[in-house]
Design a protein. Structure first.
Length: 190
């Protein structure tokens, strides 16, 4: 009888250690995935001043758009915590979208090789950033699911594991685009 009790206790201890280590691995996965987002955000932050410099000579009447992008970048770079950073990055994404849309109104920008190259680099970075955000959110989903499900929620609660925050799209990015077939230009649906 004592041997069976010892086996049960040993199994519980092994399970608890395994559950704890699994939560630590997932938490470290979240941190690693966030670092990948950081790499792409840093690249984007480095490209933006070059893009703004390249287009500001052409865009005399678009100073407000340029200023919004520069200010949004400054907020994103100086954000104090992850939640503030996500919000600031969403503002920056919206500002970049407006800038790229306004650039379409300037044919001479479409011919400038420097602007085209910067625009291509920024598009590539945005695609890589979207992939990194998806990978981050996948790890967050696994981690949060593990924290909420029984019996690993017992370990999570006792060792201070808390749900991680998803990287959510900005509200304006969630609007369904409506295509006006008379011009072919997409615009956000009201």
């Amino acid at each position: 009888m004592g041997f069976i009790l010892l086996l049960i206790i040993a199994a519980i201890v092994v399970w608890a250690i395994s559950a704890y280590n699994s939560l630590v691995r997932l938490k470290n996965g979240i941190d690693g995935a966030w670092r990948q987002i950081d790499v792409q955000l840093k690249r984007r932050h480095d490209l933006i001043p070059n893009l703004v410099e390249a287009v500001k000579g052409y865009m005399q009447y678009e100073r407000e758009t340029l200023t919004q992008v520069v200010e949004a970048r400054a907020k994103a770079v100086s954000a104090s915590d992850q939640g503030a950073r996500i919000a600031a990055e969403n503002q920056l994404t919206a500002g970049l979208g407006r800038l790229l849309a306004v650039m379409e109104n300037y044919p001479q920008l479409k011919a400038d090789q420097n602007v085209l190259q910067l625009q291509e680099q920024l598009t590539t970075t945005e695609n890589q950033l979207a992939f990194a955000r998806q990978a981050y959110n996948d790890v967050v989903l696994s981690f949060n699911t593990r924290i909420e499900t029984f019996p690993s929620n017992l370990i999570a609660g006792n060792f201070g594991f808390h749900q991680a925050e998803y990287f959510k799209a900005a509200p304006e990015d969630q609007a369904v685009p409506k295509v006006d077939l008379s011009t072919g230009a997409p615009r956000a649906q009201q």
